[in-house]
Structure formats: C-alpha cells, structure tokens
Design a binder for this molecule. Structure first.
Ligand code: SAM
Length: 226
C-alpha cells in the first residue's frame, strides 16, 4: 500500500522556499560558537545550504579535530539533521535554521580570529531566471562577511551541476577580489570532491552520470574594509 504520509513528507521536504519572503527576511540571532560546540578551540567548517545534513555528518565523523556548522533555510531538514546528530552523539557538529543571507552575517562577525577555516556551498538551489538572481544564496554581502572571517589561505569550495549557477557564483567571488581560484594542472575545475565525502545532491548527480562543476578558492591577502 502506498504510504501517503511519506509521499506528503517527501514533497514538503523537497519544496523550495522563497528567501525573499517577509518571513525569511527576519533576522534570527544565532548562538555563539562557544554555545554550539563542546570544544570551541577547533577550526570550523561551515556548510551553507546543508539540507538533510548527510555530507556534514559524515565529515564530522571523519574529522574529529574540526567543528562543523550546517546552515539551512528549510526548518524540517534542520530538525531531521539535528535528530540524527543527537542519535550519533556527535559534539563537533550543529545544524541551524535560518536564511544565510540575513542571519549568518552577525554570526560570522562574532567568530575569533582564524576560527573559520573552511566554507562550502554545494549545489545551491538553481534560481535560473535573471529576475530571481536575488534569491541565489551567494550574494555579495554574504561573500564579504565570509571573506572577513577567513584568514589568508583558508578555503571556499563551491560545486553545482548547473553551469549557469556555478558561473554566477564565480563571478560574485571574482568580482569581490578577496579570493584566488586554485587551478589544478590544466584545468580550473576540480575533477573530484576534495573532502572524500559526497553531498546528497552530488551523489544523485553522479549516479545520473551528469557533469559536476567544482571550484576551489583560497582567501587572498586583500583586506576587507570594516
Ligand atoms: C539543492 S540543495 C543542496 C543541498 C546540499 N548542499 C547537497 O549538496 O546535497 C540546496 C539547499 O540550500 C538551501 N538554501 C537555499 N537558500 C538558502 C539560504 N538563503 N539560506 C540557507 N539555506 C539555503 C536549500 O533549502 C536547500 O536545502
């Protein structure tokens, strides 16, 4: 028998939300990193758009000497990811519900020097239409806040299966002047995932034998004005 409740839940979990709606434009005060992690002295890997959190949970299991924070705008996904985190009794990872473009900026500013060392944005929602550009997650203000929090040589990793989406992120990053793109041999694209852990969307795309565009950036020495 078809489980209608499961189908309904799947549909709700898959639904995009509009980050520009009034509700998602309200700021949430995010807890300080000292209230999130057992050992606040560890470097942080921030994953923006963490969805159900499987990528970050696997990273947290493998990298006990890092803290991991997943930011996600769909609350049900955060609840599910947090449930799994608690069941696994992992103290070096946390998932928070918010619109990254609104609520993450103050949190980034609150970090200690060189505490944030890695940022990943993987397969962000493809808002294709030009008039929907403002719904895309990597906006210039968020990028500037990330750049302010990262020390020179710390990394920003992005990937997508949609060329237009990754290209528009690259334009935002390159126009900021705060990052240097890492070139691998002849190619500017990274052939493999650098963390040996695939995100959920990445696995789905790879199973379909579609191309994944991956780019790695390092924070350069250019100072951000305060
Ligand atoms: C296509 S999914 C990819 C999920 C995951 N990164 C992966 O690779 O499997 C993109 C995720 O980003 C989230 N997202 C989009 N805009 C966001 C925003 N402004 N703040 C936080 N999360 C956002 C979406 O809700 C969605 O879960």
């Amino acid at each position: 028998m078809v489980d209608n409740k499961k189908i309904l839940l799947c549909l709700i979990l898959r639904q995009h939300v509009n980050p520009l709606s009034r509700f998602f434009q309200q700021p949430f005060a995010l807890p300080l990193s000292s209230d999130l992690f057992e050992d606040d002295s560890l470097p942080i890997h921030l994953d923006i758009g963490s969805a159900r959190g499987r990528f970050l949970i696997d990273m947290a299991k493998m990298n006990k000497d890092w803290n991991h924070l997943g930011i996600e705008i769909r609350e049900l996904l955060v609840i599910a990811a947090e449930k799994e985190r608690k069941e696994l009794d992992l103290n070096n990872i946390k998932f928070l519900f918010c619109n990254a473009n609104i609520s993450l900026l103050d949190w980034l500013e609150s970090l200690n020097h060189d505490q944030l060392q890695r940022v990943s944005i993987q397969f962000p929602d493809p808002w294709f239409k030009r008039r929907h550009f403002k719904r895309r997650v990597l906006q210039p203000d968020l990028l500037t806040s990330i750049a302010k929090a990262l020390s020179p040589s710390r990394e920003l990793f992005i990937q997508s299966d949609i060329y237009e989406v990754i290209q528009s992120m690259i334009v935002v990053i390159e126009e900021s002047n705060f990052f240097k793109r890492i070139i691998y041999g002849e190619s500017e694209w990274l052939y493999e995932n650098p963390y040996d852990v695939c995100s959920e969307r990445e696995l789905y795309v790879l199973n379909q034998e579609k191309k994944v565009y991956r780019a790695m950036f390092q924070r350069n020495l250019v100072q951000c004005s305060s």
